[in-house]
Design a protein around this ligand. Sequence first.
Ligand SMILES: Nc1ncnc2c1ncn2[C@@H]1O[C@H](COP(=O)(O)OP(=O)(O)OP(=O)(O)O)[C@@H](O)[C@H]1O
Ligand SMILES: [Mg+2]
Length: 469
Amino acid sequence: MIPLRLSEIARITGGQIHDATGGSGADPLVDGPVVTDSREASAGSLYVARIGEAMDGHQFVAGARDLGAVAALTSYPVADLPCVVVADVQAAFVSLASALIERNAHVLVIAVTGSSGKTSTKDLLLSVLQRHGETVANVGSLNSEVGVPLTVCRITSTTAYLVLEMGARAIGHLDYLTRMAPPQIGVVLNVGTAHVGEFGSQEAIGVAKAELVQALPATGFAVLNADDPIVSAMANQTRAHVISVGESDLAAVRAVDVSLDPQGRASFSLVTDQGSAPVALGLYGEHHVGNALAVAAVALVVGMTLQDVATALGEARPLSRWRMEVHERADGVTIINDAYNANPDSMLAALKTLAIMGKGRRTWAVLGEMRELGSGSITEHEALGRLAVRLNVSRVVAVGERTQPILSGAHKGSGDEGAIWVADIDAAYDLLRRELAPGDVVLVKSSRDAGLRWLGDRLVDDTGPEVSS
Ligand SMILES: Nc1ncnc2c1ncn2[C@@H]1O[C@H](COP(=O)(O)OP(=O)(O)OP(=O)(O)O)[C@@H](O)[C@H]1O
Ligand SMILES: [Mg+2]
């Protein structure tokens, strides 16, 4: 946080200061983290009291104070901390973030959106850019109207790059986020079918994602995936310079001669108008090639050399949990926990990687529900079952109530006896505990709310079936 007096925060947000703490009218200096979760407060924090669906954040002001918070942003006066009272806490939070961006022109804002791979790409950007300048990026997947201002508030006087993952669940969301933190560089990874249930169609998702490139200034850069027709068409909707990335010959920053090692890690030649350099990624799955190209385009724009970019890409390792996490168990079972979330595109990416890693081994796809697919849900789950069989996955385990179509898809795909449906995570765990054998490779994947990441964690911790004495 760039230190601000409470009076300054009141000016920025148009709020009124209330201090019922018996303080002598001092104007506290906020120089610690800005938090919306009182449990994350520390010395010098500003606690932003939001009113959520279930909880009123104002209840936790004292908790924030006990951890060191010096002030709160609230929608009514509170007793436990000096506060700035505003009509609308969310709007005030946005004003604070916008003011920080406006006042700190030394920070280059880079926004990343897309249906799949935002967090993976944001993490890769952080790994690469921080070799070149101090970089702040959102924690985990904090990509919404709360996560973006929280991240903006973390910039300091020495921050060079601010990497913001921006999520869009509806038309207007990216417009809102980019007004708050106008990016100079915008990356659009892909337009898939994630959240199609909320949007209605893939075209509508394209319209929503295009708001990012529309927000870019003429001096800015739009990094667009040349391999995705909906994304590459966004070139017409921006004033910024367009840098196309992909495996297509037309891409300005492209991957040539992509190959995968037996672990599913990609190598390729990174080709640009500045020459080419070999890249060997340490991340699992071919889908990281596209993410890495987007990162390379950004890193080259900010002035990194091609060689430095190639080296940094190769040395990057996963930063966020449950995304293609590969664990080798002592008993020779490999667990791939990719259950942070799931949609048809990321299922395809993960299953392809399973097929490569599992060559000559028995493979298991333990698949939970893909949420938010709307009316296409049954068809997509069926297609997933067929896909798993087509990719020669040895055993398909569909987990949970709405995953029956995975089983019927797998059966339609082959009449395969290797597919099974179980009611819940405990049943899946019991089955796997009984049946996993040394050499097996297990992919665990579902939408976040289906919770299979916990099954993946349990399987990693497991040492195999108990040996009875
Ligand atoms: N370019 C890509 N294409 C398809 N799948 C991808 C791509 N990059 C990552 N994935 C896979 O998609 C899943 C989600 O990855 P990630 O968390 O990076 O996406 P996200 O866009 O941040 O998702 P969310 O909308 O939940 O924030 C993971 O399983 C990951 O392996
Ligand atoms: Mg994310």
